[in-house]
Design a protein around this ligand. Structure first.
Ligand code: ADP
Ligand code: ZN
Length: 615
């Protein structure tokens, strides 16, 4: 079954078909195992390069690789991308009519397809299975394999039918891929599909090209606009929690001249598709969306993901931010954290009737608040959440590590608040405690004689807003908790009591208004000629429009950036750029070289790095 699996042919295919110079972590081992006929189970983060792991062996093996993919919308993009690389690829799904399906069957019969994408439902169709039996199948690749597990977060009963594969095709290797699977889900997937002693890969979940930042939220729409002005033309996603806020933010940005489109479950399916497609094709710069958006987009040049509201849990946050920077180029993940978001989420949590579910949701909220407020490397926290230890002291790509946040000691102020709480018997809510501390002259204070409490007025040199922020900080850091409904009172936790009695200090992060360097500015080597990039981006867009393809399928941002660093002037120079394989070189190389030539002519005197292509 294996035609040629020698070392040189794998590397050669990587270069000629995909245009890449080197493998990403784990890719090579996975490919070798598949070529040797072994099953594979791989958990790799988004952007890890899973498609290449089955597309490359598919081109080397005899017969057709069957790729099972749950989303019809993704299939087309995947097939387009493969075809662009010169691979014979097709899909078969419910959106096609009988004639189109017969065409695919015919091509299968004559062994004209290297890669066939199908939805899992096909495995419930006896006719399909019969046809498949008479086809030379090289391998099965199962994408989003976690969908087979009820323990996963996206169980799809159709996936259970995939257990037929090892029974019907005992000699064909199966490779299952997912971006999310706990140990338990992993075992479940292996057992349910019936993988045979698979080669297992659990890749690191670190996404080194993502810069994580948390900023204090104030007027969030204006804050977003400011970010966009600093990142002109960059493509990105803005997440909001409610439909209304999606609409509001999208309208606001539009009124400021930004090409923004909304996406939420309240829009018609047609409008959602249209907006998603416009974003995919770089016609809309940003999409403002609820978390309903994201599954089913493969766009590799998402340069930022902004969370304008606090995410409900860390898993979601990781997944959503994970949509940035799939091409491996620097991308920015910005979370606007307002303490005011906490009660909103808590309100929904309190409405959960099942005790255990409510408890879990509440714990998850605590973790998210912790992530946003602790003075610990964001990357370390995220990875720790997935059970992965991050061993470096400084990740260099989060706000904490890059020193854009400053730590301030709030121990004394914390003691003032907690002393007021303690001296009034832990029986009052936030408003009243702040009234005591600021020395307010209210009827209630007089009635309860709280103006006689020792800390009455101890904090009158600061305003209520300030004290509110201290209380929020203490809740976020679990020095205080709120108890009781609907009138919660403040209670001091063990940690709080240690602070009150001077056994422990407490610090808060003061977010400096210093702008962190845009991710792309980090490191000299990553610079590129931005004016040329702008022009090449337009060339790419025109070509994409002519062929009705998303631009990133023609060349990724990463490829364009490299071109704008190295200024290739011949096809053989162009050939050395990452992401330029033989098929794309032939189709697009000339046009890009001409545009670079024109640009250099118009800017004569520009020095081009000489000898860059000698190697
Ligand atoms: P995943 O499915 O794991 O999220 P993809 O397969 O979509 O990731 O790959 C993400 C991006 O990385 C794509 O733009 C792809 O072309 C690119 N890529 C994959 N492998 C390599 C590699 N070895 N070198 C450079 N880029 C790669
Ligand atoms: Zn860090």
């Amino acid at each position: 079954m294996i035609q040629n699996s020698s070392e040189s042919s794998i590397l050669k295919t990587l270069k000629t078909v995909f245009g890449f110079q080197a493998f990403r972590p784990n890719q090579e081992a996975i490919i070798r195992n598949i070529l040797e006929g072994r099953d594979v189970f791989a958990v790799m983060p988004t952007g890890g390069g899973k498609s290449l792991c089955y597309q490359l062996p598919a081109t080397l093996m005899h017969g057709t690789a069957i790729v099972i993919s749950p989303l019809i919308s993704l299939m087309k993009d995947q097939v387009d991308a493969a075809v662009e690389n010169g691979i014979d690829a097709a899909f078969m799904n419910s959106s096609m009519n009988a004639d189109e399906v017969s065409d695919v069957y015919r091509m299968l019969q004559y062994n004209k397809i290297k890669l066939l994408y199908i939805a899992p439902e096909r495995f419930a169709m006896p006719h399909f299975l019969e046809r498949l039996k008479t086809t030379a199948v090289s391998l099965f690749a199962i994408d989003e394999a976690h969908c087979v597990s009820e323990w996963g977060h996206d169980f799809r009963p159709d996936y259970l039918g995939l257990s037929l594969i090892p029974k019907m095709f005992p000699d064909v290797p199966i490779a299952a891929f997912t971006a999310t699977a706990t140990q338990r889900v992993q075992e479940d997937i292996i057992q349910r599909i019936g993988l045979r002693r698979p080669h297992i890969v659990r890749a690191s979940f670190n996404r080194p090209n993502l810069f994580y930042q948390v900023k204090a939220k104030s007027k969030v729409d204006s804050q977003i606009l400011e970010f966009l002005r600093d990142h002109p033309g960059e493509s990105g996603i803005i997440y909001r929690t409610t439909r209304d806020s999606v609409t509001e933010t999208a309208d606001f940005l539009k009124s400021k001249g930004i090409a923004a489109l909304p996406y939420h479950a309240g829009l018609s399916a047609e409008e959602r598709n249209r907006n998603q497609e416009a974003f995919n094709r770089d016609e809309a710069q940003v999409i403002v969306a609820t978390i309903a958006f994201g599954m089913g987009i493969d766009k590799s040049n998402v340069r930022f993901v902004i969370h304008a509201d606090l995410p409900k849990n860390i898993e979601g946050y990781y997944q959503e931010t994970g949509r940035a920077g799939r091409d491996g180029e620097p991308a920015h993940c910005l979370l606007f954290f307002g303490k005011g978001d906490i009660p909103k989420i808590r309100y929904f949590i309190n409405a959960i009737t099942d005790d255990r579910e409510r408890f879990i949701a509440s714990e998850k909220l605590k973790q998210t608040v912790g992530f946003a407020s602790h003075n610990v490397c964001r990357r370390k926290q995220l990875l720790g959440f997935f059970g992965e230890e991050y061993l470096h002291d400084n990740c260099g790509a989060c706000d904490i590590c890059s020193g854009t946040v400053e730590q301030i000691d709030i121990t004394t102020d914390a003691q003032i608040i907690m002393s007021a709480i303690s001296r009034t018997g832990q029986r009052f809510g936030i408003g009243h405690i702040i009234d005591i501390v600021t020395g307010a002259d209210t009827k209630r204070i007089r009635e309860l004689r709280h103006n006689e409490v020792k800390t009455y007025g101890a904090g009158k040199d600061r305003d209520k807003k300030y004290w509110r922020s201290i209380v929020d900080e203490l809740i976020a850091q679990e020095a205080l908790m709120q108890e009781g409904d609907p009138y919660p009172v403040l209670k001091i936790t063990q940690k709080g009591s240690d602070i009150l009695f001077g056994k422990e200090k407490i610090t808060a992060l003061r977010k400096e208004e210093v702008k962190p360097k845009a991710a792309r500015d980090r490191g000299e080597a990553e610079g590129y000629d931005e004016a040329l990039f702008e022009r090449l981006r337009n060339v790419r867009k025109r070509m994409a429009e002519a062929q009705q393809l998303p631009p990133y399928i023609i060349f990724s941002d990463k490829t364009l950036h490299e071109i704008c660093r190295r200024f290739p002037s011949t096809l053989s120079d162009m050939r050395k750029i990452s992401g330029v394989g033989d098929a794309k070189l032939e189709r697009y190389g000339g046009d890009f070289i001409r545009e670079i030539g024109r640009y250099l002519d118009e800017n004569h005197g520009m020095s081009i790095p000489k000898g860059d292509f000698d190697s």
